[in-house]
Design a protein around this ligand. Structure first.
Ligand code: ADP
Length: 477
């Protein structure tokens, strides 16, 4: 049994702002089947602390980046958690990353340095007699971990992996905070965590871990280009030998059209979708229409390409299609979607609503993911599972998970969705037109739905890939 400590700032179902949480929450169970035991280290936000019953105190820290802390262990929702109870850092209401002014909490570097510091201590000294062989860090919030592990003298014994869920977030810090962050000054260089005169937590991790992964093979290749590398493409090229792409899976128990408690009628075949579509139209106040009901479930940000959809929308509506959007994000985009919702065939719900997201994915004909970049993407996978045909941009994980309805794929009967490229309004218009044409051919459409529902979207092969990687970096018994 390989022993792995997973280190992250989010973990479903306890605390989630995006796909990172889904992955961190799902991997431990998927890996158990591969003979890997995972403990997950999380910050003790109020939402996490509220779930702990009779936690075991592992040890106390007198001063953890600005205050005392207790390191706790407990089992929650089947997850073996280690939680940092540090009120000075985490006992705050609202967003886990942003203050009431909508900006990053000013002490985010310290808040997540604390996460890394405790992770490294567990690597060096263990937690209640349990010593990890591998520490698996996620995103910039866990980026300083290998630096601390090295400083504590444990990097020769503990293997390290960093997974990039989104390279857009770097965790930048002013260099004046280097001592406060307990970082070694001699590593402030281009071979370490220096990035254009500042400290980058993500770069610290990228340079110092044994192996890097990201969440799809295509995104792994894209990260080495200046179009997608967000300034770190040179670092990615430097470390290409350590980098691999492992596709995310979905939680097949939570997202199962045959058993989903959130939807009106469960179904096994695409035709069982009809009652869910009728219920969804009624719930959203949309009329019956001859074209496809398309949905978006997403953060409303430029990354997601939804400004392109705002421009291309008339093409869908003119062909009798409909649009329903569930999301929240940038204010201007929320307003723009509220504005288009004046059309009788458009419904918009601003907010975050897990149950509604299930009803939408179960009831819709198609799910739109026109992202400018998409490390993996989860909603197209939910769509596949529910026979909700994905229309996606040809990028990142979207390219790796949808079999596009090219003439060749249609001819051999394997298409499961629609892809467009380049990621422009015109190409999206073309894809929406194609979607409407295919929807108007019921046999072709039903075959795509069946293909989609047959596509494997679970964790099995990817959990096996992580297990192999852990075995490769393991340095001690
Ligand atoms: P990202 O992590 O970039 O936001 P992903 O597709 O990887 O994108 O993951 C997004 C996750 O958040 C999915 O599980 C999706 O269903 C969920 N989600 C996004 N917005 C909403 C919302 N408004 N309501 C409910 N779930 C949402």
């Amino acid at each position: 049994m390989t022993r792995v400590l997973s280190v992250a700032s989010e973990c479903a179902p306890l605390v989630k702002t995006g796909g990172l949480a889904d992955v961190v929450g799902a991997l431990p169970a998927a890996l158990a089947a591969q003979g890997v035991t995972v403990r997950t280290l999380l910050p003790g936000y109020p939402a996490v602390m509220a779930t702990l019953q009779d936690p075991q105190v592992l040890w106390d820290e007198a001063d953890l980046f600005g205050g005392p802390a207790r390191i706790l262990a407990a089992t929650v929702a089947g997850l073996d958690l280690i939680v940092i109870d540090a009120p000075a850092l985490y006992a705050r209401q609202g967003s886990i990353y942003l203050g009431p002014d909508g900006r990053d909490w000013p002490d985010n570097p310290e808040r997540f340095a604390a996460l890394c510091w405790v992770a490294a201590r567990i690597g060096a000294q263990g937690a209640g007699g349990w010593l990890p062989q591998v520490i698996h860090a996620h995103d910039w919030q866990a980026g300083f971990m290998p630096e601390y592990l090295h400083a504590m003298g444990a990097s020769a014994r503990v293997g390290t992996i960093l997974t990039i869920h989104n390279i857009a977030f770097h965790g930048m810090v002013d260099v004046a905070r280097i001592d406060a962050l307990r970082l070694p000054r001699h590593r402030y260089s281009k071979d370490g965590f220096e990035f254009w005169g500042r400290i980058s937590a993500l770069k610290a991790g990228l340079m110092a871990v044994d192996r890097l992964t990201t969440v799809s093979p295509t995104y792994a290749a894209e990260l080495m280009t200046d179009q997608f590398g967000m300034g770190l493409d040179g670092v990615m090229r430097l470390r290409r030998g350590a980098l691999s792409g492992i596709l995310n899976g979905i939680d097949e128990a939570a997202w199962n059209p045959e058993t989903d408690p959130a939807i009106a009628r469960t179904y096994a075949a695409p035709k069982g979708k009809a009652p869910n579509k009728a219920a969804l139209l009624a719930e959203l106040g949309l009329p019956a229409a001859k074209g496809p009901l398309c949905i978006v479930v997403s953060r409303l940000t430029e990354q997601k390409g939804l400004d392109l959809l705002l421009d291309a929308l008339p093409v869908l509506l003119q062909r009798g299609g409909q649009l329903a959007v569930l999301g929240s994000g940038e204010r201007w985009m929320e307003d723009a979607f509220r504005n288009v919702a004046r059309d009788v065939n458009v419904a918009v719900r601003i907010g975050y609503d897990e149950a509604l997201s299930h009803r939408m994915i179960a009831g819709a004909d198609a799910i739109l993911v026109p992202s400018r970049f998409e490390p993996c993407g989860l909603t197209q996978l939910y769509g596949l599972r529910y026979g909700t045909v994905p229309l996606v941009a040809l990028t990142g994980g979207l390219a790796d998970t949808v079999i596009p309805a090219s003439p060749a794929a249609l001819a051999v009967g394997v298409a499961s969705g629609i892809q467009f490229h380049p990621v422009t309004t015109d190409a999206l218009r073309g894809a929406l037109t194609r979607l409407c044409e295919l929807y108007a051919q019921p046999d072709e459409w039903a075959r795509m739905q069946r293909n989609a529902m047959r596509q494997p979207v679970g964790w099995g092969p990817s959990a096996a890939a992580y297990a192999r990687l852990y075995a490769e970096v393991t340095k001690s018994a």
